[in-house]
Design a protein around this ligand. Structure first.
Ligand SMILES: *Cc1c(COP(=O)(O)O)cnc(C)c1O
Length: 405
């Protein structure tokens, strides 16, 4: 007998995070099973024929679907409040699935200039090769988006807050603009996760995730997902997922599925530490500027508090004080190299706090002029705050800042 799977219809997000999408087997396991199988045995030849023709729903081959992957997809769709979700092998393959599923040659994409660098290259370079037009506009100025709309604009794409400066865009305003122009809005929600922000509730049509970040939450796997309306995903994206082989491995899906159970408590705890660190950093004489949406001094503080359930998220960046570009870089490196607790790596979303120098790593491929236009100076240091004791994190940064005195 297959155990009862239905949750009450009004189950709240913390309950959905732990229980939505269960279970996939008749055995009644209480912890989600990991189905490491590439294919599924069919009862007879006629059933196999019906199932491969998609006349009957059943698992056939794990590139097309797998019970562990399905549980992860259902849980994430429940948390994002979208009808459907397709898991993918990485955040970038979720972006690829969105672009390839939605666009044709001659279509135009309007995108924030502050999106993940590889996303920008995918749109401009790789999609451009197939005749997709694109333009890039300000993260925060909706009028610039409005002016850049074209009759062939099909997709608006942004992420909020931006990396590494935490600029916040107005999701509801962009959704309205998209819909008025017969386009759709997709939001990359990797930075906030559904624990802090639900773009679909603000009008976004699609939600992209790098599951590598907060959904996993412990820096173990590369994973991604595209959430959106089930009918559209089924008709346009699912066939592409199969033919391009963008499939997420069942093992990685299982890690993300279990990670989501602690998502909400992790996000709250990591954001609380980030706020304390941001406040402390603002008081340090060696720090010129702190970028964190939870601070009242942040230019989009009120908007961020509305969109992100009163939380600033777990990423904080700051500029060390200094004169020339060379001096700023040397000072930023001193702060980073003094760290004994924080890991020097560009990943984020981990329980381990990470520290990096965006100008020479994540944004190292930009020209100096592009970096200056984006506001990413040589003195900028980014922290993705984890779950260590906040006093140890302050002491870790103080070690470096003291060298600058
Ligand atoms: C990391 C990241 C991606 C890419 O995700 P992968 O899982 O590394 O492919 C896309 N968008 C954002 C905002 C990210 O932080």
């Amino acid at each position: 007998m297959i155990p009862k799977t239905e949750l009450p219809a009004d189950a709240r997000p913390d309950t959905l995070a732990v229980r939505a999408g269960l279970p996939a087997s008749p055995w009644g396991e209480n912890s989600e099973a990991l189905f490491l199988t590439s294919s599924f045995v069919q009862p007879d030849a006629a059933s196999a024929a019906r199932r491969f023709a998609e006349e009957e729903e059943a698992f056939t081959y794990s590139r097309f679907g797998n019970p562990t992957v399905m549980m992860m997809e259902r849980r994430l769709a429940a948390l994002e409040g979208t009808g459907g979700c397709i898991a993918t092998g990485s955040g970038m393959s979720a972006n690829l699935l969105l672009l390839m599923g939605l666009l044709e040659a001659g279509d135009h994409v309007l995108c924030s200039r502050s999106v993940f660098g590889t996303t920008m290259r995918l749109i401009q370079g790789d999609m451009g090769k197939f005749g997709v037009e694109s333009s890039f506009v300000s993260q925060t100025d909706v009028d610039e988006w409005r002016a850049a709309m074209r009759p062939n604009t099909r997709l608006l794409l942004a992420e909020s807050p931006s990396n590494p400066l935490t600029h916040v865009c107005d999701i509801a305003a962009l959704a309205e603009l998209a819909h008025r122009g017969n386009a759709v809005l997709a939001m990359d929600n990797s930075f906030c996760s559904p624990a802090l922000q639900n773009p679909a509730a603000l009008g976004a049509d699609f939600v992209v995730h790098s599951g590598t970040k907060y959904l996993d939450g412990q820096g173990r796997v590369i994973a991604g997902a595209l959430c959106g309306p089930q009918d559209m995903l089924r008709a346009k994206m699912y066939p592409l997922m199969k033919s391009m082989g963008l499939t997420l491995s069942p093992f990685n899906a299982w890690v993300v599925l279990k990670g989501m159970e602690t998502l909400s408590v992790r996000m709250q705890a990591q954001s609380a530490r980030a706020l304390q660190l941001a406040q402390w950093l603002s008081e340090q004489p060696q720090v010129a500027c702190v970028h964190y949406p939870g601070l009242a001094s942040h230019p989009q503080h009120a908007l961020a508090m509305r969109q992100q359930r009163g939380s600033g998220g777990a990423v904080v960046s700051f500029d060390v004080a200094g004169e020339s570009a060379e001096a700023l870089r040397a000072r930023a490196f001193q702060v980073i190299d003094a760290a004994q607790v924080c890991s020097i790596t560009t990943n984020l979303g981990d329980t381990k706090t990470t520290i990096c120098h965006p100008a020479t790593t994540s944004h190292g491929r930009l020209t100096e002029a592009q970096r200056q236009a984006a506001g990413i100076g040589q003195g900028l240091v980014r922290l993705a705050v984890g779950l260590e004791d906040v006093e140890d994190l302050k002491a870790d940064l103080q070690r470096g800042l003291a060298r600058l005195a």
